[in-house]
Write a protein that binds this ligand. Structure first.
Ligand SMILES: [Zn+2]
Length: 487
């Protein structure tokens, strides 16, 4: 009984400590300096984005299947829409249709900065064309949205970069560092060794160019509005991206005619393997990135959420347990496993001699393809083959205290007092990863305010972007270039 009372007292003390901690867990006082207002032209941007979408710059794993005429037309459009850029910057075309613009700075001894974007878009899935409210390559402007493939991924970003540079040239701005605009043409397929982004990076490497910082797609500004809990806008800056690996996992058996089957065919045995793989997930952990995200959101939320967010040290295990049950949260805390394909024998009356599944793993930074292989071998046991089909290790993690990160953070907060900025892990792949060999500060962020619901239209039906998000995005890019092209 004495122990029980002791336990109760301890629990009481703990509870009081955690609740008191939450009282003081408020947004940190961070200085935001006054920025000069920027002159931006959202109307010109709006018209140009609309036209940019009408060029069907669709990429394909096989470049022979790509219509490069569309890319040429897109390039002529850029030249027409942004005459000062084409007068003042040097333009180079590499690897089929990728573009490198160089804006010479005053001091060539400084490391340049680079703004990336990809020109290509994904095709429209078969049988879904009629589902679109406005045709996908119309660039239709209904007064609220610009519609079409690439509106979010990522002609919006490309045209905003062009718009901002053109606008700075109109103001006779001259950067101190060189500013590069690098627009790949095959990000969506990224299949070949000579992909646009890789070729651009090789070009830089051959010239001995090291970049100070790189900005590509990845994060956005997400309105986070839960009644009574939080009402903020979360600007997620992608500082890393997950790796991926496809493994073929196979079981062999005797085979033969299906009229005399054994107790378990190769497929039957494989079913057991699938069960083992799915029930032995990778270890989950709250990475420093996740902790900082909790911290940023927690400090801006209502008291009960703050009480949780400031006591992660105590609540780590229940938080992990809950996150593991929610797929969009689970993928942020561990390497994920998805069994996606299966193969048996070639005919209904033939026992398979070899049965295989393909599993797709999305790898957390800090783990490698080799770790995934070891994990599979440990989980499936003897007599099962695991063969890597293809894969790429996760990216490095770019620092959250670099000059570039601090600038992005400050500019975001300067534009709206409700903007909170946090580093996060990007789930998909981007061109940015290729730049790690020549740059330590690689960030993935597109400064457009877009709801989660709209973000889901990327690669899907009715992709569109809210016109209301343009002014802030254009201001961001101008400030970003001004600030980071400095010494
Ligand atoms: Zn993209």
């Amino acid at each position: 009984m004495r122990y029980f009372y002791g336990f109760l007292i301890l629990l009481g003390v703990f509870t009081v400590i955690t609740l008191i901690r939450a009282l003081f867990f408020k947004p940190k006082k961070e200085q935001v300096r006054e920025w000069e207002p920027e002159r931006v032209n959202p109307e010109r941007f709006r018209a140009n984005l609309s036209e940019a979408i009408t060029y069907k710059t669709i990429s394909d794993r096989n470049p022979e299947n790509m219509d490069f005429k569309q890319f040429e037309k897109f390039h002529s459009f850029l030249a027409r829409a942004y005459p000062l850029i084409h007068e003042c910057l040097e333009l180079e075309k590499v690897s089929y249709a990728s573009l490198i613009y160089r804006w010479r700075g005053r001091d060539s001894s400084l490391d340049p900065i680079a703004l990336l974007s990809h020109q290509d878009v994904v095709p429209i899935s078969k049988g879904t064309l009629d589902d679109w409210t406005h045709p996908p390559f119309s660039g239709f402007d209904d007064g609220e949205f610009i519609w079409g493939r690439g509106a979010l991924d990522m002609k919006n970003h490309l045209i905003a970069v062009m718009e901002s540079v053109e606008s700075l040239l109109e103001e006779d701005f001259v950067p101190e560092r060189d500013v590069y605009l690098c627009f790949g043409h095959d990000e969506e397929v990224m299949s070949l060794g000579d992909s646009g982004a890789k070729t651009i990076v090789n070009t830089f490497a051959q010239r001995g160019i090291k970049l100070d910082c790189v900005l590509d797609e990845g994060g956005a500004i997400l309105p986070v509005n839960i009644k009574g809990v939080i009402n903020k806008r979360l600007a997620g800056i992608g500082v890393a991206e997950k790796g991926h690996a496809d493994f073929r996992i196979s079981v062999r058996a005797k085979g033969g005619h299906s009229s005399q089957p054994p107790k378990h065919s190769a497929l039957g045995k494989l079913a057991n393997v699938i069960r083992r793989i799915e029930s032995n997930q990778f270890k989950a952990s709250l990475t420093p990135m996740m902790r900082s995200l909790f911290d940023k959101i927690g400090r801006n939320a209502s008291y009960p959420v703050r009480a949780v967010a400031c006591n992660i040290w105590l609540l780590k295990y229940p938080i992990l347990a809950i996150m593991k049950k929610i797929p969009p949260a689970a993928c942020m805390i561990r390497t994920t496993t998805a069994v996606t394909q299966a193969e048996g024998s070639p005919a209904p009356n033939v026992l398979p001699q070899k049965a295989s599944i393909t599993a797709n793993f999305r790898i957390m930074p800090g783990e490698t393809i080799e770790d995934v292989k070891e994990h599979i071998e440990k989980v499936v046991g003897k007599g099962v083959e695991a063969e890597l089909i293809k894969g790429e290790n996760p990216s490095n993690i770019s620092p959250s205290d670099s000059r570039a990160f601090k600038a992005i953070d400050e500019i975001c907060r300067s534009m709206n007092k409700d903007n909170i900025v946090a580093a996060f892990l990007v789930m998909g792949g981007t061109d940015a990863r290729n730049y790690e060999s020549i740059c330590n500060n690689v960030y993935r962020y597109s400064p457009f305010t877009v709801s989660t619901q709209l973000l889901l239209t990327c690669h899907g039906t009715n992709e569109r972007i809210p016109i209301a998000s343009f002014e802030e995005a254009l201001t961001f890019f101008k400030r970003y270039i001004k600030q980071l092209s400095k010494k």
